[in-house]
Design a protein around this ligand. Structure first.
Ligand SMILES: Nc1ncnc2c1ncn2[C@@H]1O[C@H](COP(=O)(O)OP(=O)(O)O)[C@@H](O)[C@H]1O
Ligand SMILES: [Mg+2]
Length: 368
């Protein structure tokens, strides 16, 4: 890219996950927040069925609640780098130069390493975590395995495949008992988001129901001990090998846990305390765990690391989101605003981290 030209960024949004609508809202904010003196935006909308629309159709789709199911309008050529994008122009295809991809896609096919794999094959820099970090961050069981291995405190847990649950419930119960899991317990699909398919089970009957529900959403299920009435603390992390943390914030809501209803349906926005009211030592511990969690999963770009703080003062790492909600009112940006980083500066930095990571990887020796 020459210095006198604007950087051309393809912003991908919509997509095949349950968070399709949230993604459109995040993309609207991001496109609005990118400095137009520095960047030229190429919007690419992806429908719920997975069809990629032309930039022209995508611009319209950006104003919709849901991306319309139209004709495919873009194609990619593996390995072609900045010349990888072809755009429909009437009956023909035209090549369109792009310098970077910003996948503003939450959840499945966005945060799980799949879109990151495509960017790698195209050989284009992209914002956010790489293939491994995204995949580990998305899988709640694998993320906990890696964190526990690295000595980061996670609540006691057990995993089970849906096939095992369906054929031998007793074996799953024995494993929970061996691990000493008490009540109540949380049951979660390993790969999900927005609290979809998650339940809190207080007894055996509720547990069976919770397992059957989670099994509708994934072939792998996480069962973990509940932290009683925890404070939910979240912190933003950005960077590459030397990550930086925002201030921590606390989410408060008026329900038994932060479920789908509380997140999207209740009509009341959750109350966010930024910064969270915490003693200095606790904030330091949160920053330390967040950076260790980041390094353990080999993350890049950005992440929102979520904790549960028990009323006994114990801190548990709950999960990481590698593409957190990114509308102007989202927790992630507000945490960074609390740390003195404006929305558009945050975007500039994410783009710079993507470029840095790409250049470092380009300079590595490749073993053939
Ligand atoms: N072990 C736990 N103890 C207490 N509350 C929990 C626990 N795990 C999850 N929760 C509650 O459930 C919510 C959703 O769980 P989470 O693992 O964050 O899934 P999601 O990826 O859908 O946000 C949390 O925000 C919290 O309110
Ligand atoms: Mg969560």
């Amino acid at each position: 890219m020459s210095n006198d030209k604007k950087m051309k960024i393809a912003v991908l949004f919509g997509g095949r996950s349950a968070e399709h609508e949230v993604s459109i809202r995040s993309a609207r904010s991001i496109i609005g927040g990118l400095n137009k003196d520095e960047y030229e935006i190429v919007p690419i909308a992806i429908s719920r069925k997975g069809v990629w629309l032309s930039p022209e159709d995508s611009l319209q789709a950006l104003q919709c609640e849901r991306v319309p199911e139209l004709e495919c309008g873009v194609w990619f050529t593996p390995g072609a780098g900045e010349e990888a994008l072809r755009v429909r122009a009437g009956e023909t295809m035209q090549s369109m130069h792009i310098d970077m991809i910003f996948p503003v896609l939450h959840g499945t096919f966005g945060e799980d390493g799949t879109i990151q794999g495509l960017c790698e094959m195209l050989n284009i820099p992209y914002v956010g975590a790489g293939v491994v970090g995204s995949a580990l961050g998305m899988d709640k069981v694998l993320a906990k395995d890696v964190w526990a291995f690295n000595g980061i405190p996670v609540t006691p847990y057990v995993s089970a495949l849906r096939t095992e649950w369906q054929s031998d419930q007793g074996a799953v119960m024995v494993r929970c008992k061996e691990k000493g899991l008490g009540w109540p317990r949380f049951v979660k699909p390993a790969n999900a988001g927005s609290s979809v398919g998650i339940s809190k089970a207080h007894n055996y009957a509720e547990f069976v129901e919770a397992m059957n529900l989670a099994a509708q959403y994934d072939r792998k299920i996480l069962i973990e001990e509940a932290v009683e009435s925890p404070r939910e603390i979240e912190i933003g992390v950005i960077g590459n090998d030397e990550p930086e943390c925002s201030v921590p914030g606390q989410i408060c809501y008026d329900r038994e846990f932060y479920d789908y209803e509380a997140k999207y349906l209740s009509g009341d926005d959750p109350i966010m305390h930024i910064p969270a009211d915490l003693p200095k030592e606790m904030t330091e511990m949160i920053v330390d765990f967040a950076k260790r969690a980041w390094r353990a999963l080999d993350l890049n770009g950005m992440g929102r690391v979520d904790f549960l703080l028990g009323n006994d003062g114990r801190l548990w790492l709950n999960e990481v989101n590698t593409l957190p909600g990114f509308t102007v009112i989202s927790m992630f940006n507000r945490l960074w605003a609390g740390a003195g980083v404006s929305y558009s500066e945050l975007l500039d930095r994410l783009i710079a981290y993507a470029q840095e990571r790409y250049e470092i990887r380009q300079g590595l020796n490749v073993i053939h």
